[in-house]
Design a protein around this ligand. Structure first.
Ligand SMILES: [Zn+2]
Length: 162
């Protein structure tokens, strides 16, 4: 990945993060105490402005609730336009109880998407391709090992075909 900014610099009211720092933050959000280990993946999302300013963040609280990306986009509102979305899991591509996150990110005008772990779920995968097809820069595999740890239980379930 491209290291755009140095370590987090705290200016009054503004937090600036590199993409790697934002991913660590997203991973911590994903593992927020109280978020169940399954049946859904634990996912966090941080939206960064071009200068690394933290625009909004969100996380998934469990089955039937908003996905992390939708949560962050809701908090950001119009400010989501032009941001980089840093997500711990490839944005989903399927319409479940909530709409596909790939489409929501496109609609919100996100410029770049960075994710940690490719979605191993055959029903949900393909979000990265959908984003790229819409002209969005996509980079996967950022802090993937850490993201696997956060979702070890969920990934084991997928491998078992649960
Ligand atoms: Zn989703």
């Amino acid at each position: 990945m491209t290291e755009v900014l140095s370590a987090a610099q705290e200016a009054p009211g503004v937090v600036r993060l590199s993409e790697a720092e934002a991913m660590r933050r997203a991973l911590r959000l994903a593992a927020t105490p109280g978020v169940p280990l399954g049946p859904n993946p634990r996912v966090g999302c941080v939206l960064l402005a071009d200068d690394g300013a933290l625009v909004a963040e969100g996380f998934h609280r469990g089955a039937g609730t908003a996905h992390a990306e939708a949560d962050a986009l809701w908090h950001a509102g119009e400010a989501a336009r032009g941001t980089t979305a840093v997500v711990t899991l490839e944005p989903c591509n399927h319409t479940g109880r909530t709409g596909p996150c790939a489409k929501a990110l496109i609609k919100a005008g996100v410029r770049r998407v960075v994710y940690a772990l490719s979605d191993p779920n055959p029903v949900a995968r393909g979000g990265a391709d959908t984003l790229r097809a819409a002209g969005i820069e996509v980079e996967g595999g950022v802090l993937e090992a850490e993201a696997r740890e956060v979702n070890a239980a969920w990934l084991a379930g997928i491998r078992r075909g649960a």
